[in-house]
Design a binder for this molecule. Structure first.
Ligand SMILES: [Zn+2]
Length: 735
């Protein structure tokens, strides 16, 4: 047991020598970076002295209300009043921040959060196991309700920890001497105790930083974004917090996160967004691999933000955390076609969008979707947080949100960022995941009273052939008198609609798209009584949990929509049947179709990525060997659309190979299924139109053109991906 439990007493009580030589590169990098980050130090000391002065007037730590109020507003108020002169040496240093032990076989990173500017009244730790010159993450611990006792000489924090493993000594006792404000910070001693109060392992942890987390932050900009967002004075427009100048880095500093800016700012050529000058998610990923100097497909405290101009989905997409495959949450992008400008409201939107997208990189979910987290939390649609949508704010819409928004994360989000178990927070740790843990459709019980004036409908063909992409139509109808605000974007990837799927075996899953998009407010509208939205076709065949319809049988589907006012509206249950394969050909095609790479290719509508090459081989075999099979048309659309794209591939030596659009192949493959010329003409007929208008025209034409003779499943797939397909077809040469 001792060797496998860092909380238990270790046989040979190694003294914790203060030798950092055994640290890995990663740890050394952070340590070095912190030493180099000297510019912040003077301000930090000022802040600390300031906080200490304020604390001298504050009630003792045992009174949580006193501490909870000790935020920037209190400090400002204190600053405005003349302060009595207090001899600084009498002030005691605060103990909040990050601590680290050394030695073998385990090391601990300890976070103490009981007396800082915005304390969450928690302590947490990550444990690492040390072998030779390697450090391996072992597990994490958090105490949610510690007892804090303060004497003139020391602070003692005790409580029962929640651990990621079955800890033998789960009670903790942290002792930190209180030292004068001008003395170096004291070390924290972490003692573990069994449930019967027998002592377990002890770690002496030296003070590292006032920040609970430190990460490397790299930003690049597209050549058509001349100026990246820098900072915004929150007093420029009405707001709910003290006026202050916030950058991305200082907004995260307020959350207790130190961002060390790293790497040169690359200017990313627009050409990397492909022939249409707009970014697909695959192109964003390729750009991250190429331009993010710290990128590795491993969990690490490092994140990349691209300041780009336009996403394939148009100007309504303000930003995206696009890295939602493999090791996730390492990159995000914001789009200046929607947020650009120099006016105060645009700068505010830029700050908000940058901090919001990076929040997703910390695995934070939208405020109104917290119930989709694992484990679930209550939704907080009224939260005045970076993670809410101002335009969806149920407390009075956008204007009300901004004038009350303090430019902060909410309290629960702070706990997550600072004290979440390592893999729940660190970039490249656990996947960005919501839901999929619903127990049954009954948990989506109908509201007792529904006065929302909105009806949600879910439509689907009654049956699908085995392996055919399952898509559903989603539509809202206003059933109340007078202008109900409803949303135009109704696909799961836009976040307003979730779809639960009860499979033939009774298992219930929530459809979880590979990618979430953060849409702007521009696509909500006031619907009159009886007015309907257009039916949005949603692809729910493949997502983060793989294939959702990989067993023949009957499936029950139900959709849930979160309205701008926070109302939750459920659709009636829709039943579909997935037919078993009938012929040997059906079976052979299904065998070629069911694979994660093929599913990802269907989701993305093709990709050149090396990791997906065997999926591409399988799709090609479908249309080569079974040209008449309905699924061959799906394979043709996927690969034809991708052939029409320009694609960048990053080689092993980090050089970039550009694969030019292969218009011949594209026209041949897509032309076998769709009227390529018609779509292209619709797009090019818009003389002098910009790329956005051309994309819109192509997508609209595609939607109108696909339905008549195509099999329903193929038509549904094309409709669900009409933007992605349309913009590529628009650039296919007549040939
Ligand atoms: Zn978002």
């Amino acid at each position: 047991m001792p060797d496998s439990d860092p909380t238990a007493v270790i046989d040979e009580q190694h003294e914790h020598d203060l030798d950092l030589a055994e640290a890995t590169d990663e740890v050394e990098t952070f340590a070095a970076a912190e030493q180099n980050g000297g510019t912040a130090t003077a301000t930090q000391i000022d802040d600390e002295a300031y906080a200490a002065i304020a604390a001298a007037f504050a009630p003792p730590v045992e009174e949580p209300t006193g501490i909870g109020d000790l935020d920037a507003a209190t400090l400002d108020a204190l600053g405005a009043a003349p302060l009595p002169v207090i001899p600084l040496p009498l002030l005691k240093r605060k103990v909040y921040g990050r601590y680290r032990s050394t030695g073998t076989p385990f090391q601990v990173e300890l976070r103490v959060d009981v007396d800082g500017p915005t304390p969450t009244m928690r302590v947490s730790a990550d444990y690492y196991s040390i072998a030779g010159s390697t450090i391996t993450y072992f597990g994490s611990m958090r105490v949610d309700a510690p007892a804090v006792s303060v004497s003139p000489a020391q602070i003692v924090i005790t409580g029962l920890g929640r651990f990621t493993w079955a800890a033998g000594a789960p009670r903790i006792r942290i002792t930190i001497p209180r030292v004068p404000i001008l003395s170096p910070p004291a070390a924290a001693t972490l003692l573990h105790l069994t449930l019967t109060n027998q002592p377990g392992a002890t770690y002496v942890c030296r003070y590292v930083s006032p920040a609970f987390r430190t990460l490397l932050f790299e930003q690049d900009r597209q050549d058509t974004v001349p100026v990246m967002f820098g900072s915004y004075n929150t007093g420029s427009l009405p707001s709910g917090g003290p006026a202050r100048t916030l950058s991305i880095v200082s907004a995260y500093a307020e959350a207790g996160v130190q961002m060390i800016t790293t790497g040169a700012t690359d200017v990313v050529p627009t050409g990397e967004a492909g022939a249409n000058s707009a970014w697909s998610d695959a192109e964003l990923h390729a750009a991250m691999v190429k331009h993010f100097s710290r990128w590795k497909d491993i969990p690490q405290w490092a994140v990349w933000l691209l300041h780009a101009r336009l996403h394939d989905l148009g100007t309504g997409l303000l930003g995206i955390m696009f890295d939602q495959q493999g090791k996730q949450r390492q990159g995000a992008a914001v789009f200046y076609a929607g947020i650009g400008g120099a006016t105060a409201d645009k700068l505010r939107l830029q700050l908000y969008t940058c901090v919001h997208e990076l929040g997703h990189c910390f695995n934070l979910l939208h405020s109104w979707q917290k119930s989709l987290a694992i484990p679930p939390q209550p939704n907080r649609p009224l939260s005045l947080s970076w993670m809410n949508y101002p335009w969806n704010y149920p407390g009075g819409g956008q204007a009300a949100f901004w004038s009350a928004f303090p430019f902060r994360f909410d309290a629960q989000e702070l706990v997550h960022i600072r004290h979440g178990f390592l893999n729940d927070v660190i970039m490249g740790g656990n996947p960005f995941r919501v839901g999929s843990q619903l127990e049954d459709l009954a948990s989506w019980s109908d509201p007792i009273e529904d006065r929302s004036g909105i009806q949600l409908d879910l439509e689907a063909p009654r049956s699908f052939g085995y392996g055919e992409p399952v898509t559903v139509g989603i539509r809202l109808t206003s059933s109340g008198p007078g202008g109900v605000q409803i949303t135009r974007h109704l696909r799961p990837r836009n976040g307003q609609v979730q779809i639960a799927i009860a499979g033939p075996g009774g298992r219930v899953q929530l459809y979880e798209p590979l990618l979430h998009h953060c849409m702007s407010e521009t696509r909500t509208f006031a619907a009159e009584d009886g007015q309907q939205t257009e039916t949005e076709t949603a692809f729910i065949h493949y997502g983060q949990d793989g294939f959702y319809f990989d067993q023949p049988g009957t499936y029950r589907l139900r959709a849930r929509y979160t309205a701008p006012d926070g109302s939750t509206i459920l659709s009636p249950v829709t039943t579909i049947r997935v037919r078993p394969p009938v012929t040997a050909e059906d079976e052979a095609v299904a065998e070629l179709m069911f694979g994660d790479e093929q599913g990802t290719l269907m989701y993305l509508v093709g990709s050149d990525l090396e990791e997906l090459s065997s999926g591409n081989d399988a799709l090609a075999r479908i249309w080569e060997e079974f040209p008449e099979h309905p699924l061959a048309d799906v394979a043709r659309i996927v690969q034809g659309t991708n052939a029409a794209r320009e694609f960048k591939l990053v080689e092993a030596d980090n050089t970039v190979r550009v694969r030019k659009p292969d218009t011949g192949t594209a026209a041949e493959l897509i032309g076998a299924v769709l009227d390529v010329d018609g779509v292209r003409k619709a797009a090019t007929a818009k003389k002098k139109a910009d790329e956005i208008e051309k994309m819109d025209a192509a997508a609209a034409h595609l939607e109108a053109a696909v339905t008549p003779e195509l099999p329903a499943a193929v038509a549904g797939y094309v409709n669900s991906r009409r933007r992605e397909i349309g913009i590529e077809i628009a650039s296919v040469d007549g040939g």
